[in-house]
Design a protein around this ligand. Structure first.
Ligand code: ADP
Length: 432
């Protein structure tokens, strides 16, 4: 749309047209004067004719101006109006063009979907109803400056949109100048969510660190004071302090691992690794814990290598978390089965599956979708008693994402839980 008011054209501003009128009047006045001088026209008639020509030259233009100022900007020029509609329609974000009163001139499909109450030729103020937005519209038109407001949408999900009102000067069809407003919405929901998650994460991490720290400083005070010479108490407290310090170290380890995996989330590992010895190494490493918990680990692995594109250290961490969880939370079942198989996904794509199954109390269905959230635990006290940080399954999920794999969790309460890590195979495999 042409908004450059300085460009000389038929639509040029009023002073230009005044000049044109003056030229016409001058020419008419000269012609009439010549006729009067040569006696072809009476002076009175010449004066009357001059007044009529003057009125013809000035009045309709003024009338058109008045009409044009009431008209909307669609009257500017059919080609420009079509271009405006096309630009608004083509904008990726929801966009609405309003006249100076706030009446909708054009809106694109995204805007109609976002705010179905917005309709052409109706006032946006009635459709949006927010005092903040109405103030932004009023101020934008009054000051000719950009104004911003927040548009909140709650259906079907909460969304935060930044609304920008940009006043746009437009020439009207008969040379006047008007203003309309371009209102655009930019979705800030992902940013807000990330911000909220970051704040939650910092709050959770600080809380998790503060708890063992408080215990440590409490025991230090006791050992320096009342229990100074109590050898028995000292031994017991030092044991507890050692466990709390280990818990803090584990938490920091998990936090660092999580941030490392997140940093490289977009880079898929490209080294070929054989899963069989990795799983065996993890199971061997957890043998002591299994014995402590009186659980046997049954390993069902193929004799031939099963390779995927993977990061060995991350895979060790992943299987360690799954098998350790099965030993800790499913100990009452007395057995943990770890197996590796090759199968097809629902879409028929081949995948490598590592299943860790326990026969413990299982997990109630309402917890399953949230288990991979950071710091989410079914039973916080139980997790802490087991030395858990609440970050294990979150780490598992991130490692699997990086490997372009997926985590499947199945559980029947009282019958145990099965955690399956599924990976795309390294090469087109021969599915058994
Ligand atoms: P944590 O450090 O607490 O073990 P995880 O992220 O590894 O954290 O696990 C989250 C929660 O999931 C655990 O606190 C526990 O409540 C539950 N959970 C994980 N594995 C099992 C399992 N095999 N059986 C029952 N509950 C489990």
């Amino acid at each position: 749309m042409a908004i450059d008011e300085s460009s000389p054209s038929f639509f040029s501003p009023w002073p230009d047209r005044l000049r044109h009128s003056a030229i016409i009047l001058l020419a008419a006045g000269l012609a009439l004067a010549v006729l009067v001088v040569f006696g072809d026209l009476a002076a009175v008639r010449a004066a009357a004719a001059f007044i009529c020509i003057g009125a013809a030259a000035l009045v309709p233009w003024r009338l058109h101006d008045v009409a044009a100022s009431r008209d909307d900007v669609r009257a500017v020029n059919p080609v420009e109006a079509a271009a405006v509609a096309a630009v608004v329609a083509g904008m990726p974000d929801p966009a609405v063009l309003l006249d100076r009163a706030g009446r909708v001139l054009h809106l694109n499909a995204a805007a109609a979907q976002l705010a179905p109450a917005l309709r052409k030729n109706e006032l946006a103020q009635f459709a949006l109803r927010s005092p903040e937005i109405i103030t932004a519209l009023r101020e934008a038109i009054a000051t000719s400056e950009i104004r911003r407001a927040t548009y909140l949408d709650h259906v079907p999900v909460d969304r935060w949109m930044e609304l920008t009102v940009t006043p746009v000067p437009v020439p009207t069809l008969f040379g006047g100048s008007d203003k309309c407003m371009l209102m655009t919405f930019h979705d800030q929901t992902p940013l807000r969510r990330v911000e909220e998650m970051r704040a939650d994460f910092v709050a959770n991490a600080s809380h998790e660190l503060r708890t063992p720290l408080a215990a440590l400083s409490g025991f230090i005070d006791t050992l320096q004071g009342p229990a100074k010479d109590d050898v028995k108490a000292r031994e017991r407290f030092l044991g507890i302090m050692h466990n709390q310090a280990k818990r803090m170290a584990r938490l920091i380890d998990d936090l660092l691992s999580l941030s490392r995996v997140e940093l490289s989330a977009h880079v898929r590992p490209d080294t070929l690794v054989d899963l069989v010895p990795i799983i065996r190494q993890v199971a061997d490493g957890l043998e002591l814990l299994a014995r402590e918990r009186q659980v046997t680990i049954d390993i069902d692995l193929p004799d031939t290598p099963v390779s995927i594109a993977g990061d060995r250290e991350e895979l060790l961490r992943l299987f360690e978390n799954l098998i350790e969880n099965a030993l800790k939370y499913g100990a009452s079942g007395g057995k943990v089965v770890v197996s590796l198989s090759q199968a097809l996904t629902g879409e028929g794509a081949p995948e490598v599956r590592v299943m860790v199954r326990d026969f413990g109390p299982g997990i109630a269905p309402e917890h399953l979708p949230r288990l991979t959230e950071r710091f989410y635990r079914v039973d916080v006290g139980d997790s802490r008693a087991q030395g858990g940080t609440g970050l294990g399954l979150s780490l598992v999920k991130h490692i699997l994402n990086r490997h372009r794999g997926r985590l499947l969790i199945e559980s029947v309460p009282k019958q145990g839980a099965t955690f399956t890590a599924a990976f795309p195979p390294a090469m087109p495999p021969v599915v058994a």
